[in-house]
Ligand binder design. Structure first.
Ligand code: UDP
Length: 240
């Protein structure tokens, strides 16, 4: 898979991006590195990269079948995928169905309270500033996205939410919230990018509310990789 001519384009907290022979396609390598709280908490978790690669590939393939385009091209190996090269927009598009995490802190709703309707929020992807939440006016002022692009991002957040919920419900998994990132291709078209995995979503066991996602790491609950494995097992084998 790896060619000696491949160049490391970018290394993020959880993934590395390499060039390929094709100028519009890059190789993503999922790492076992696990970080939280803006990189303050760090651990290597054996098997995490493999599981996130599989789960993310699975979701992108399913979204594609539902007519939702993304950067995903194909799975390359246990820990790698090929994706279309895009310029990432520094916005985190968070869609929520149930109160948790920063929303609970901001508005005082207890974790687990169902929202009256899915909610889409935008955060500035900027570690120095601690990823603050942005209103539309800030996004326009910063020149991050136009009004029509913001409308499209909201619409895509909701469409991905519908599709993921349909996939997860039969697996006994409650989709609490998730974060998406988007990029622009060479023609300037918006494209869903990054990953969709237990690192970027909150998955709760529908019956017990047990956390099956990165909150196990953030909150020192233990069994992080086991929980990711359980998500993968349920997606491929159903609930036992
Ligand atoms: N999230 C993420 N990366 C971030 C921040 C949040 O993937 O840098 C995801 C997180 O896993 C959750 C959703 O976005 O599924 C909402 O996170 P929240 O705003 O509640 O922040 P947190 O409590 O994780 O700090």
């Amino acid at each position: 898979m790896e060619s000696s001519e491949d160049t490391l384009l970018y290394e993020g907290k959880a993934k590395k991006i390499f060039t390929t022979d094709h100028p519009e396609v890059v190789r993503v390598a999922y790492k076992n590195d696990t970080t939280a709280f803006n990189g303050e908490k760090f651990e290597q978790l054996e098997g995490k990269g493999r599981l996130n690669n599989k789960i993310s590939s699975f979701f992108f393939e399913q979204l594609h079948q539902q007519g939702l385009r993304s950067h995903f091209v194909e799975t390359l190996s246990e820990t790698e995928q090929l994706v279309r090269r895009v310029e990432i927009i520094p916005l985190e598009v968070v869609t929520r169905n149930v109160a948790a995490g920063s929303l609970s802190k901001r508005i005082g709703w207890e974790e687990g309270k169902k929202l009256p309707a899915p909610l889409v929020e935008f955060y500035y992807k900027n570690d120095d500033l601690g990823d603050p939440m942005l209103a539309d006016a800030h996004i326009h002022m910063l020149g991050l996205a136009s009004e029509s692009e913001l409308a499209e991002l909201r619409q895509q957040g909701l469409a991905v939410n519908d599709c993921l919920k349909q996939l997860l419900e039969p697996c006994g998994i409650l989709l609490v919230d998730f974060k998406l990132e988007f990029g622009r291709d060479a023609e300037g078209n918006l494209l869903l990018a990054d990953e969709i995995s237990p690192d970027t979503c909150r998955f709760w066991d529908a019956a017990t509310q047990a956390r099956l996602d990165k909150d196990r790491f953030r909150r020192d609950l233990g069994g992080v990789v086991e929980a990711y494995e359980e998500v993968w097992r349920r997606l491929t084998e159903g609930v036992k």
